[in-house]
Ligand binder design. Structure first.
Ligand SMILES: [Fe+2]
Length: 287
């Protein structure tokens, strides 16, 4: 049986990818960011999964405004790094897991969740930056990756509550897959940030801290945060945080916070990062 025992949450700021690709990770500004992931890289090595189920949003790269799926699962054998205007990032091609991805698709659709099946998709910084933060610059990514793209770019995005329940459905799907596979779920995006308008550059440390605190302890309450509160408190792009609820829904109610990192600024955003393990099966590893 396939299992999910942990989840990783991280911002996916595009400038982090650019800093790494351009050899700037040792510059003082970026060093503070990358140092915050030193423990996580070690944890990831010791808990290397067979498959990462990676929840991210496409930033009008693979999907234009012509076509806006709320939830889209990548069932392809591989996914190329996308060209976002400066050429594709120099990172490995993402190798998928078509068999597990197809199983998850049929299972969650049968559990009443509409899901778009995507057999061809280039993946942008939303997916590749989290991999770079957790794995550095390898020749190949060390495990298979199933992309799950969520629409948080074009109104209306899904609610936090729906994302939380969707995560629970994904867990049931994974656990009904007969092969013994270890799966870790990544939730990406956030934290507070706004890229345009009068409030461009908005950071709300208080909201972010409360979100990080409560996601571990009280996910059902976090799931009730309405869309408009994300916009008011965390800025127009802060809505990306609903994607963290998908990863949280795939874990037990009781979890152990293994690691937390919060840093301002990364580009023009607040950067947040968590690792949570199911309390029942926690490794006990600490920073
Ligand atoms: Fe994003």
């Amino acid at each position: 049986m396939a299992t999910i025992s942990a989840s990783v949450y991280t911002s996916h700021v595009p400038a982090i990818g650019a800093a790494l690709d351009q050899g700037k990770s040792n510059e003082p500004y970026w060093r503070q960011v990358f140092d915050g992931y030193a423990f996580s890289k070690q944890w990831e090595k010791e808990h290397l999964p067979d498959v990462i189920f990676l929840v991210f949003n496409d930033h009008a790269t693979a999907f234009s405004l012509d076509f806006i799926p709320t939830f889209a699962i990548g069932t392809a054998a591989e996914f190329a790094p996308a060209d976002e205007g400066w050429g594709p990032r120099p990172v490995p091609t993402v190798i998928g897991h078509p068999k597990l991805a197809s199983h998850i698709a049929q299972s969650v659709i049968q559990q009443d969740f509409d899901l778009t099946i995507v057999n061809k998709m280039d993946v942008d910084h939303g997916l590749t930056v989290p991999l770079s933060l957790m794995f550095g610059q390898p020749q190949e990514w060390p495990c298979r990756i199933i992309p799950l793209a969520v629409n948080v770019v074009q109104y209306p995005p899904p609610t936090g509550n729906r994302c939380y329940h969707f995560g629970q459905a994904i867990r049931r799907a994974v656990e009904s897959f007969p092969e013994d596979l270890r799966v870790v779920v990544f939730g990406t995006g956030g934290m507070s940030h706004q890229l345009q308008g009068k409030r461009a550059g908005l950071i709300n440390r208080e909201f972010d801290t409360r979100f990080l605190d409560e996601l571990s302890r009280n996910p059902r309450e976090v799931a009730k945060i309405p869309f408009i509160e994300y916009v008011r408190e965390a800025g127009s792009e802060g809505i990306e945080l609903v994607m963290w609820l998908i990863a949280r829904g795939a874990l037990d109610e009781r979890v152990r916070e293994v690691y937390r990192f919060y840093h301002v600024p990364a580009s023009n955003t607040a950067l947040g990062h968590l690792i949570l393990e199911n309390e029942a099966t926690s490794s006990g590893l600490t920073p």
